[in-house]
Design a protein around this ligand. Structure first.
Ligand code: SF4
Length: 317
């Protein structure tokens, strides 16, 4: 059996769910219960959440052969395949899935794993992955310690080592809204950019049954601000940033006109591996989108940008 995100199942012809915005990446997930315990995750060891969920998305199970033949026949509907690995006791038994995906389609493959050793990264690339996702999730060591196993510094060391060895083939996930300061977040984004690590931004999404179920999602303004800074940094516009004593951004040394000239609507679009749009991963349909799973319209872009710069010194927010 293998799990398929419900939107991907729709595109593969395995589900009749009604969906306004379709995924451009086929999201698959290995079966079983995870041996790890990330506090925000529905698949975590200590989670009492609905085991069909990953974030707020349902991932029903299907026969492997049904999924792989659908992927073979309908691969032209996607830009990428992403395998989310729920680690069982046998840490690398997911490699078999990577090899199978590689044999049935020509799409680029991302494999999102919890690894503590570069060998696993090497084996995953060898099995056919184009990108290996090594989530950092937290913006600093205190939050990492509170929500994940292992250490922030050793996970960052592994990400940098892998990025050095596999240039452009390493991605990571960063969750916004876990109590981090904007300064910690921006500093981490700059460091990941220096190592050419692909960055997927996620808005913290509280899910019932997880240990963080009572926390709130991030304020939209905070999230828009981080999206703006990620765009500027990843497009090599490295503005000097003014922070208050709490690490909140209070200003940028770019004048309004210059900012308007360089920022593009993609700044507020879903980030991560090319072709990954993750519709409604962090918000319900009909709610304000944290990550636009398509190119935002002129109006959506203007509203997002105004939100991002509102309250910043020297800007007409
Ligand atoms: S950014 Fe998207 S495709 Fe890449 S590892 Fe994350 S979920 Fe998968």
């Amino acid at each position: 059996m293998i799990r398929v995100a419900v939107g991907s199942a729709k595109v593969l012809g395995l589900s009749r769910i009604k969906m306004d915005i379709l995924p451009t990446t086929a999201h698959l997930m290995t079966p079983g219960r995870c041996v790890h315990d990330c506090k925000f995750c529905t698949q975590a060891k200590s989670s009492h959440a609905d085991q069909k969920l990953l974030s707020r998305i349902s991932w029903p199970e299907y026969e492997e052969e049904v999924v792989f033949s659908a992927l073979r026949d309908k691969q032209d509907r996607f830009q990428r395949v992403c395998l989310q690995v729920v680690h069982s006791d046998v840490h690398d038994d997911f490699l078999e899935y990577v090899r199978k995906i590689r044999t049935v389609c020509d799409l680029p493959i991302s494999v999102d794993i919890k690894a503590d050793d570069i060998k696993i990264v090497r084996n995953t690339i060898e099995a056919g992955a184009d990108v290996v996702g090594l989530p950092i999730d937290a913006a600093n060591s205190q939050i990492f310690k509170r929500i994940k196993e292992g250490s922030f510094s050793s996970q960052m060391e592994l990400i940098k080592q892998a990025a050095d060895e596999f240039d452009g083939k390493i991605s990571t996930h960063l969750i916004i809204g876990l109590g981090e300061s904007e300064k910690d977040t921006v500093d981490l984004i700059s460091e990941l950019h220096r190592y050419d690590v692909t960055l997927g931004l996620f808005a913290f999404t509280p899910i019932k049954g997880t240990l963080l179920e009572d926390m709130n999602p991030p304020r939209l303004k905070q999230y828009r601000r981080i999206q703006l800074l990620r765009f500027l940094i990843y497009h090599n516009f490295d503005p000097d940033i003014i922070y208050d004593d709490h690490g909140n951004i209070t200003g940028l040394d770019m004048d309004y006109k210059e900012l308007m000239n360089v920022v593009e609507p993609s700044a507020f679009q879903t980030t991560g591996c090319p072709g990954c749009n993750r519709p409604f991963y962090n918000e319900r349909p009909g709610e304000t989108l944290y990550n636009y799973p398509y190119g935002p319209s002129k109006d959506e872009f203007q509203r997002a940008l105004q939100k991002a710069i509102s309250g910043l010194e020297g800007y007409i927010g």
